[in-house]
Write a protein that binds this ligand. Structure first.
Ligand code: NDP
Length: 476
C-alpha cells in the first residue's frame, strides 16, 4: 500500500517520486511505502496553508469547534480500524491502541473543540488613567507539528488539535516509522469538513522532511515531541529565525517506592509503568528506587509478576507486550542490555530476544529487569526507551531524592508512600514537570504538560497549548 501526502485537501505523491519502505514490526516485513518528501513538498504545503489562513483564522469559534467535534466523532466511529492500523504499524498490542491511543486521539479533538470556545483575550483597566489595556490573542499563521513513533496518533493529534482550534494552519509530519494513522486522519478531517489547506500532512524522514519544516521561514512556530538530541538540533536551527518553540523531549523517570505504600497497588502499577507500550513511553518509570526494608520482597514479587506478562503478536487480545517499533530500535535497546553486563549490572529477568511463533522475524524482546549498583551507570543516566528497567535500594528520604534528581532529564516522577509530609516534600523538590503520587499516567487534559532540564521547554495541554499557539498583542 502506498501512503500519500495530504496537501491542500488532496492526496498527492511526493514531487520527487521517491519512496520509503514501511515495516510491520510484528513480522519484520515491509508492508507499504511512504513518500520521501523533499523541500518542494513542504513548499507546496506551506503555500496551501498560507492560502487557507485568512479564512480559517476568521472562522467563528463555533464552526471551528463543530469541525473538531466531528473529527473526534469520526475517530470514535473508526476506533477498531484505527487501532488495528496503529498496532500493525507500531507493534503495540491492539488492546492498548483500542483502550488508550485511539480514544485519546478523539479526546484531543473533543477537548480543544470545547476549550477554544472558553478561551479568551484579557482586559486590564488602568484605573485613574482613563484607559483599558486589551491583551489580544491571535492565531500565529502557519505552524509546524512534528511527532514521534511511540504514541503515533495520540501525539500527532495532541499537537494538531490545539493548533487548528487556535486558528492556525498546520504542516504536520508524523514519524516516518509510523505514518499510517496520520494518513488515515487526513481522510477523517476531510470528511469532517475541515477546509482544504488548514491541515497538510507531509511524510518523510526527520533529517530531510522534518528539517525542511523547521528551516522554512514562513512556518512561525514548531511544536515538537521527540528525542532530546533532535530537540536540541531543532532549537539550533529555529533560534536564528526566532520561531516560537515547544519541545517535549526525553525522560529517565524515577519510580520511588517507600515501605509504607499500598504494596499491591504499587506492584501492579509498577509493572505497567515499566513495560506499557514495550516501555516506549516517555513517562515510563525506568529507574526504580526501593526502600531497603522491602527491597528483597519487591525484587521477588516484581520478577514474578513480570514473568507472567505475555510477549506476543500485537493483534492477539491476550498479548501484554508486543514488538518494538523497528529493527534499529530493537538493536539499540539490546545494546544497553549488553552495556549492563559490562557495567556489572545483574539481569534479574529477561534480556533476550523472543521468537514469537509464526512471527519469528518480529522485533520482540523480553521485559527486562536489571539490578544496578550505582545511579551513575549508563543504564540509569541514558534514555533506553524500551522494555528495560533498573532497580536499586535506598535507605533514607534524602538519598531517594538525591538519586531521583541525579540525572539530566526532568520529565516525570512517581512516588509511592502514604506519608503526607513526605509527599509534599518530594513533590516540591523533585526536578520534573509532573509528579504522580500513588498512581501513574493519570492525565487531565486541562493541565499543562512538559518537562524540566533536558526534557524540554514550554508547556502544552489545556489553555497552555492555546497560549503557545497564538501571538499576543496589547493595545491601549
Ligand atoms: P526523534 O527525535 O528521533 O523523532 C521525533 C520526530 O522528529 C520524528 O517525526 C522524526 O522523524 C523527526 N525528526 C528527526 N530529526 C529531525 C530533524 N532534524 N528536524 C525535524 N524533525 C526531525 O524521536 P523518536 O521518534 O525516536 O521518539 C522517541 C523520543 O521521543 C524519546 O526520546 C521520547 O522520550 C520522546 N518523547 C517525548 C515525549 C514527551 O512528551 N516529552 C512523549 C513521547 C516521546 P523520523 O522519525 O521520520 O526520523
Amino acid at each position: 500500500m502506498k501512503i500519500q501526502n495530504y496537501i491542500n485537501g488532496e492526496f498527492l505523491p511526493p514531487v520527487a517520486d521517491r519512496w520509503i519502505e514501511n515495516y510491520n514490526p510484528a513480522i519484520g516485513e515491509v508492508y507499504g511505502q511512504i513518500p520521501d518528501s523533499t523541500k518542494e513538498d513542504v513548499e507546496k504545503a506551506v503555500e496551501a496553508a498560507e492560502k487557507a489562513f485568512p479564512s480559517w483564522s476568521n472562522t467563528t469559534l463555533t464552526r471551528r469547534s463543530e469541525i473538531l467535534s466531528k473529527i473526534a466523532d469520526l475517530i470514535k466511529e473508526k476506533l477498531t480500524f484505527l487501532a488495528e492500523s496503529e498496532s500493525k504499524d507500531n507493534g503495540k498490542p491492539v488492546s492498548l491502541a483500542t483502550q488508550i491511543d485511539i480514544p485519546r486521539a478523539a479526546s484531543n479533538f473533543q477537548f480543544f473543540a470545547n476549550a477554544i470556545t472558553q478561551f479568551s483575550s484579557e482586559a486590564h483597566e488602568s484605573v485613574g488613567l482613563n484607559a483599558v489595556n486589551f491583551t489580544l490573542r491571535q492565531p500565529i499563521g502557519v505552524v509546524g507539528c512534528i511527532s514521534p513513533w511511540n504514541l503515533p496518533l495520540y501525539l500527532f493529534t495532541w499537537k494538531i488539535a490545539p493548533a487548528i482550534a487556535a486558528g492556525n494552519c498546520v504542516i504536520a509530519k508524523p514519524s516516518e516509522v509510523t505514518p499510517m494513522t496520520a494518513y488515515l486522519l487526513a481522510e477523517i478531517t476531510k470528511d469532517a469538513g475541515l477546509p482544504k489547506g488548514v491541515l497538510n500532512i507531509v511524510h518523510g524522514l526527520g533529517t530531510s522532511t522534518g528539517q525542511a519544516i523547521v528551516e522554512h521561514k514562513k512556518i512561525k512556530a514548531i511544536s515538537f515531541t521527540g528525542g532530546t538530541t533532535t530537540g536540541a538540533h531543532i532549537a539550533r536551527v529555529a533560534a536564528p529565525m526566532f520561531k516560537k518553540l515547544s519541545l517535549e523531549l526525553g525522560g529517565k523517570n524515577p519510580n520511588i517506592i517507600f515501605a509504607d505504600c499500598d504494596y499491591d497497588k504499587m506492584l501492579e502499577t509498577t509493572v505497567r509503568s515499566s513495560f506499557a507500550n514495550q516501555g516506549q513511553i516517555c513517562l515510563c518509570g525506568s529507574r526504580i528506587f526501593v526502600e531497603e526494608k522491602i527491597y528483597e520482597k519487591f525484587k521477588k514479587d516484581f520478577v514474578q509478576k513480570v514473568s507472567e506478562l505475555k510477549v506476543g503478536n500485537p493483534l492477539e487480545e491476550s498479548t501484554n507486550i508486543g514488538a518494538l517499533v523497528s529493527k534499529e530500535h530493537l538493536e539499540k535497546v539490546k545494546s544497553y542490555i549488553d552495556i549492563a553486563e559490562n557495567e556489572g549490572g545483574k539481569i534479574l529477568f529477561g534480556g533476550d530476544r523472543i521468537a514469537v511463533k509464526g512471527s519469528e522475524n518480529g522485533y520482540y524482546l523480553q521485559p527486562t529487569i536489571i539490578e544496578v549498583a550505582s545511579n551513575q551507570c549508563r543504564l540509569n543516566q541514558e534514555e533506553i526507551f524500551g522494555p528495560v528497567v533498573t532497580i536499586m535500594p535506598f535507605k533514607t528520604d534524602e538519598e531517594a531524592l538525591q538519586l531521583a534528581n541525579d540525572v539530566k532529564y526532568g520529565l516525570s516522577a512517581t512516588l509511592w508512600t502514604n506519608n503526607l509530609n513526605r509527599t509534599l516534600q518530594f513533590s516540591k523538590q523533585l526536578h520534573v514537570g509532573i509528579v504522580w503520587v500513588n498512581t501513574w499516567l493519570m492525565r487531565d487534559l486541562r493541565t499543562p504538560f512538559g518537562g524540566q532540564k533536558e526534557s524540554g521547554i514550554g508547556r502544552e495541554g489545556g489553555f497552555e497549548a492555546l497560549r503557545f499557539l497564538q501571538n499576543l498583542k496589547i493595545y491601549v
